[in-house]
Ligand binder design. Structure first.
Ligand code: NAD
Length: 331
């Protein structure tokens, strides 16, 4: 029996990627919709064959408890709403797949983890890159010693933002670091398999055009890991930064550009003088979302702890809190 998901929030990521991804899923299907816009929900319900009785508002959300076809929720709301809807879903006995960043405070993350534990439901943070084959290939090359001892990592991810809730700290929790910088942070952790020991950071606002009265425009930060690897990362809401990472080792290096998109991952590597690797991914959007939904379904059905669990989400929020502190930005 496929895992039945209710979408919580019908925005760009849910309607444009996750729901289309469910159409190809083997172990997952769409069984409910939670939205503040009834007509949008009805249109999607018709398209996906969801009964109108499985459409909920934010007000009557808690009655998903009585819908046996809903096993799990996918939370695709602005960041500051993740905690409330995760906790309400857990109390309704539903498993939770929550979008990144997990929440907008360390305390909220801890409350989400506790609610899911106390109600015996699984919690996964939607770090889709941790399931994406080209990213996994990079990790495997490093673990296999192909690069020799890793010395340094560089990563960046950003875009030039227009009007968006992402510019409102109350909803977003922070600026580009929370939204897209988190991909670089998370990648440095999964590439090294280590946790950062020391962090330094700067932030700036360059474009005084009214967009950055509430959140930062740029953050640059470095992390030193226990092995001595130093990672340098940048994120911005002020210009296009194709998400990438480079890993430099004693015997060779990996260049993954792009690394974090919905498609188009491209791994190149130079190992020694002679071994040139060039592996563009041919996978197309929304395959990462299909894989993610089915991975979580497998965790739920077979009682396995997802590798991107609540602790994983919490750690990134803790490191981002430290980055903001070092950059002198209130969090
Ligand atoms: P979006 O603005 O397109 O959608 C947000 C949804 O929340 C909309 O349906 C909106 O109606 C609803 N909403 C409810 N209350 C709201 C309020 N008070 N203010 C604004 N919207 C409200 O956003 P999105 O790009 O889909 O992002 C949603 C979440 O998904 C965010 O946490 C974001 O970080 C995450 N995300 C993840 C990825 C990924 O690749 N994993 C990509 C994009 C976004």
């Amino acid at each position: 029996q496929p895992l039945g998901y209710a979408m919580v929030g019908l925005g760009r990521i849910s309607m444009g990627h996750f729901m289309p991804g469910l159409k190809d899923a083997k172990q997952s299907k769409l069984t409910g919709l939670v939205s503040g816009h009834r007509d949008k929900a009805e249109k999607n319900a018709a398209e996906y064959g969801v009964p109108t009785s499985a459409i909920y508002s934010y007000e009557n959300f808690d009655s998903i408890r009585d819908n046996k076809a809903i096993d799990a929720v996918y939370i695709a709301l602005p960041n500051s709403m993740h905690a409330e809807y995760t906790i309400r879903a857990a109390k309704a006995g539903k498993h939770v797949l929550c979008e990144k960043p997990m929440a907008t405070s360390v305390d909220d993350c801890k409350a989400m983890i506790a609610a899911c534990r106390d109600n015996n439901v699984k919690l996964m943070i939607a770090y889709r890159c941790q399931l994406e084959p080209t990213n996994l290939r990079a990790i495997q090359m490093i673990r296999d010693g192909m690069l020799g001892s890793v010395q340094a990592i560089e990563s960046a991810n950003g875009f030039n933002i227009g009007p968006d809730w992402r510019l409102d700290k109350k909803l977003a929790g922070g600026g580009p670091l929370m939204d897209v910088g988190v991909y670089s942070l998370n990648a440095c952790r999964y590439l090294t398999g280590e946790e950062p020991q020391v962090i330094s950071a700067y932030s700036s606002v360059i474009d005084k055009d009214g967009r950055f009265s509430s959140v930062e425009e740029n953050v640059g930060w470095t992390m030193k890991f226990p092995s001595g690897i130093v990672a340098s990362c940048n994120t911005t809401y002020g210009g296009q930064m194709n998400g990438y990472f480079r890993v430099h080792g004693a015997k060779g290096s990996i260049d993954m550009d792009s690394a974090f998109g919905y498609q188009g991952q491209h791994l190149t590597a130079q190992i020694g003088r002679d071994n040139r690797i060039d592996e563009p991914s041919t996978a197309r959007d929304p395959s990462q979302f299909t894989r993610q939904a089915d991975y979580f379904a497998d965790c739920v059905r077979n009682n396995k702890e997802p590798k991107m669990d609540g602790q994983e989400g919490l750690r990134d929020i803790q490191y981002m809190a430290e980055i903001y502190k070092m950059a002198g930005v209130a969090f």
